[in-house]
Design a protein around this ligand. Sequence first.
Ligand SMILES: *Cc1c(COP(=O)(O)O)cnc(C)c1O
Length: 426
Amino acid sequence: MSKSIDTICVQGGYKPGNGEPRQVPIIQSTTFTYDSSEFMGKLFDLEASGYFYTRVQNPTNDNVAAKICALEGGSAAMLTSSGQAASFYAVFNIASCGDHIVASSELYGGTYNLFAVTMKRMGIEFTFLPLSCSDDELEAAFKPNTKAVFGETLANPVLSVFDIERWAKAAHAHGVPLIVDNTFPTPVNCRPIEWGADIVTHSTTKYMDGHGAAVGGCIVDSGRFDWLAYADKFPGLTEPDESYRGVVYAEKFGLGGAYITKATVQLMRDLGSIQAPQNAFLLNLGLESLHVRMQQHCANGQAAAEFLQAHSKIVEVKYPGLPNDPYFELGKKYLPNGSCGVVSFRVSGGRTGAETFMSALRLGQIATHVADARTCVLHPANATHRQMNDEELAACGIAPDMIRLSCGIEGTADLLADLEQALAAV
Ligand SMILES: *Cc1c(COP(=O)(O)O)cnc(C)c1O
């Protein structure tokens, strides 16, 4: 019987046996021992399954990844050391030098820089398109060497809603998977695989951890993309890997296991961005209350957005829960139970007004963080998107005086009172 999201948040993943610990154990061990070196050989040939070295896999991480996999409705999942590592692995697992990716331009600043600068240097070319692009523009972005499409369910910080069905249709028409970063809504508010996404990534640092305690990431595969049907596009999954005695991932591990197995045994082995088991344990504690916290984050986000929109010192508010927001309709479709606790807005008085407002907040703290139990606030043009010029900022939908308010789970009246007194200072 399939369980509700609420129950999976609390009890998904780890299943203790008779007499075993109730809480997921932290396996604080770099290595694992076996009785024979013959068996070890089988592990190294991927002929047997088991743990051998924590740079590649660790049981604590796998228990927590299994919970996120169930939350997203995927076939396999892996944790990574950060959301950045998840985005990088998700793309690099199926694209290499000489390949091309179609991406939404409305992305987290770190992802944009990873794609536009660092991965470009590795020979992977990205075409960025605004969500407002026409069908013809989207169609024209694809090239014979395109290997994937990438978007963010709810973009950080501009809060535009990605039309997953539309972009999935375009990706599939060109024989490539759609990768969706689902960090902001979390599977509590949106499950991209149900709308056609093939691979889902997360910065677990945000709502999933939820307490500002541990940086982490996750990749979930739907198991639905048929790599073998487009074998010549994805040789890494459909041709022999000589580093494992000629294993062909798509054949040996099936559609449900090929992508995550390859990312684990090749990318984790070679690049080693494993999440510390301690952090995975903290992440799991966060997941246990994710469904309850998201409700309060959304209630506070909605209340703050409505309050700000009605205030005379506010120029513009972006929040898909506002009926006059350009993404209200798409929000109703993809995020019917609420979007997240983040509200983006512009205060009158330009950059100075933004600075004055932010310093005057008491409950809300200035922090390079978002999606935390405690309210925090950030000036993207000055922080996360600092590496962009005004033109690039505009392409991402970010005004130089835009503020990103991340509503925590404090009392709603206290939060609104804090906004009110800070606006009085502007
Ligand atoms: C923060 C964030 C990332 C990067 O995650 P880290 O855990 O900080 O590496 C990626 N995508 C989105 C949407 C984010 O908000």
